[in-house]
Design a protein around this ligand. Structure first.
Ligand SMILES: Cc1cc2nc3c(=O)[nH]c(=O)nc-3n(C[C@H](O)[C@H](O)[C@H](O)COP(=O)(O)OP(=O)(O)OC[C@H]3O[C@@H](n4cnc5c(N)ncnc54)[C@H](O)[C@@H]3O)c2cc1C
Length: 487
């Protein structure tokens, strides 16, 4: 089959790339989505799932700040019982802990997304690696691909890099930032365990609350948190469990735990699995490997080997020492390391942690986020650390509100007819927009912008002008994206 010509080519079919392709196609653009694997979803379900698949669509003050394509997928899956409702006011534990956890089943997400892409008339080219771009001066004119049929080129009016790591942007000549190896967050290989006796586990947890990091909305005392915990009947409500303080101490003394993570896991409910009990334990930071560059395959190879060593230690320790895990077994493992830190492609605006912490507003807002700047993982037994580096600023937007994400963060400097969406958009390290919900927001906006550029016959950089941005915003609003009316 001939490669053909397209209006828009999206490179990479993760959460950002799929959102981008659907948005571009809905503007009427002839859109091609190229993915190196046979599955779509990237870190959402292939090398994932994330502990919180679709969290933080709501700000801490309780307003929904992210909708658009994220909401569309959530509601499609909710109708078929493959998602949990955003908020459940009757659920005292979730309400009191401030959870905004709109769980979607990542496996069903990975099925449903194919249906949405086909319905939206996106052309798919899977099992194909994008290896570069074709250019005429500064202008990108298409992509170079490699697959079982060999090497070929495909022309496009606009190309969007949604590879998560900005690999195509770098090959196109864009500027990027990358921290030194030892300042990168560790990367993780994830795995899921089934066969847990949740009654036994919950009894242990309720009888030993001091062994856990208890969750609670701001201002709750430890006693109130314990009282909350004791009300929980469905383990799915616990969301995330970290701690096992005495167990890990004993394990470290015996040499039966490693030095790179604390003990804990996320609850992975299967909403279509019937009543309570069909919950799996998902481990996404029990195998953490530091000092690796996500753009160095030798580093990544080292990481894959080390992560598997850590998983063997972690799974054995849980089975041997954690009440309820005696008969648990691994049912799923990521196909590859999930990459936390990597390149950020520098664009016409570089969003900063200070802007996030100030709840900044921009004329060219294409979506919102309520996630704090500056939270990072550390490869040690405490697992999480909030570190602000290089004099950057971190923190939550004021009063539990949100901040704007400007369109200019999606427009790389130097190169024309080219956009980025997803994890590697233009930010400083503290403001990294790498959370799942954020990648959907920026992917959807990049796709819509590319489609509008084709329609209007302007470049993505020219679209930054207020008169054009207004049209982009109108299109996004019509697609359900939240741009205004919230804190
Ligand atoms: C360990 C870990 C835990 C996390 N936990 C959470 C969490 O609990 N909640 C949350 O919201 N977020 C979480 N995240 C973040 C989130 O999962 C990712 O940042 C997000 O999924 C990235 O989406 P993306 O579309 O930008 O990139 P990706 O999901 O990486 O998608 C990129 C896609 O491009 C494809 N690709 C790459 N290169 C090429 C190429 N050259 N040619 C063709 N295709 C290519 C890949 O195969 C992939 O499908 C976590 C991340 C990590 C690493």
């Amino acid at each position: 089959m001939e490669n053909g010509k397209f209006d828009v080519i999206v490179c990479g079919g993760g959460t950002s790339g799929t959102a981008a392709a659907v948005a571009a196609a809905r503007t009427g653009a002839r859109t091609l989505l190229i993915e190196r694997l046979g599955a779509l979803g990237g870190q959402m379900n292939v090398s994932g799932p994330p502990g919180f698949s679709y969290a933080h669509l709501f700000s801490p003050r309780g307003e929904q700040v992210i909708a658009g394509f994220a909401e569309e997928m959530h509601s499609r899956l909710l109708k078929e019982n493959h998602a949990l409702p955003h908020r459940d006011e009757d659920n005292v534990y979730r309400r009191r802990t401030g959870y905004t956890f709109s769980f979607v089943d990542p496996e069903w997400w990975g099925l449903e997304i194919f249906r949405v892409l086909v319905e939206s008339n996106v052309t798919l080219l899977l099992h194909t690696l994008v290896v570069g771009v074709t250019k005429d001066g500064d202008r990108v004119t298409g992509v170079i691909v490699e697959n079982a049929a060999g090497r070929s080129t495909i022309e496009a009016k606009i190309v969007i890099d949604c590879t998560g790591e900005g690999d195509i942007a770098v090959r196109a000549g864009c500027d990027y930032e990358l921290l030194p190896r030892d300042m990168n967050e560790p990367h993780s290989l994830c795995f899921t365990m089934d066969g847990v006796d949740w009654d036994e586990f919950m009894t242990y947890m309720k009888e030993n609350p001091q062994e856990f990091q208890l969750r609670g909305a701001a201002g709750l005392s430890q006693e109130e948190k314990i009282a909350n915990l004791r009300q929980v009947t469905d383990p799915a409500d616990l969301g995330e469990i970290m701690g096992f303080f005495s167990i890990i101490k004993e394990l470290l003394a015996k040499g039966e735990w490693h030095d790179y993570a604390g003990m804990g896991f996320f609850m992975a409910p299967r909403p279509d699995g019937g009543d309570r009990g069909v919950v799996q334990a998902h481990f996404q930071h029990s195998a953490q490997v530091p000092d690796l560059w996500s753009c160095d395959p030798w580093d990544l190879t080292k990481g894959e080997i080390e992560a598997r060593r850590q998983i063997m230690i972690a799974a054995k320790a849980f089975k041997k020492y954690v009440p309820g895990f005696k008969k648990a077994y691994i049912v799923k493992m990521g196909t590859e390391l999930r990459l936390r830190d990597g390149r950020r492609i520098m664009g016409d605006h570089r969003l900063t942690g200070a802007e996030v912490a100030a709840g900044a507003r921009f004329y060219d807002c294409i979506g919102k986020s309520a996630f704090p700047a500056g939270a990072v993982h550390a490869a040690n037994n405490s697992t999480l650390a909030t570190v602000v580096r290089n004099g950057e600023v971190g923190g939550l937007p004021p009063e539990g509100g949100s901040h704007d994400i400007p369109y200019r963060c999606l427009v790389p400097r130097k190169v024309e007819n080219f956009l980025v969406g997803g994890k590697h958009i233009s930010t400083d390290r503290a403001a990294y927009q790498r959370f799942l919900q954020e990648t959907v927001v920026t992917g959807q906006a990049a796709g819509a912008a590319a489609g509008l550029c084709v329609k209007k016959g302007v470049t993505p950089r020219a679209l930054e002008a207020e008169e054009h941005v207004k049209d982009l915003q109108a299109f996004l609003r019509a697609q359900g994206v939240i741009l205004d009316g919230v804190h």
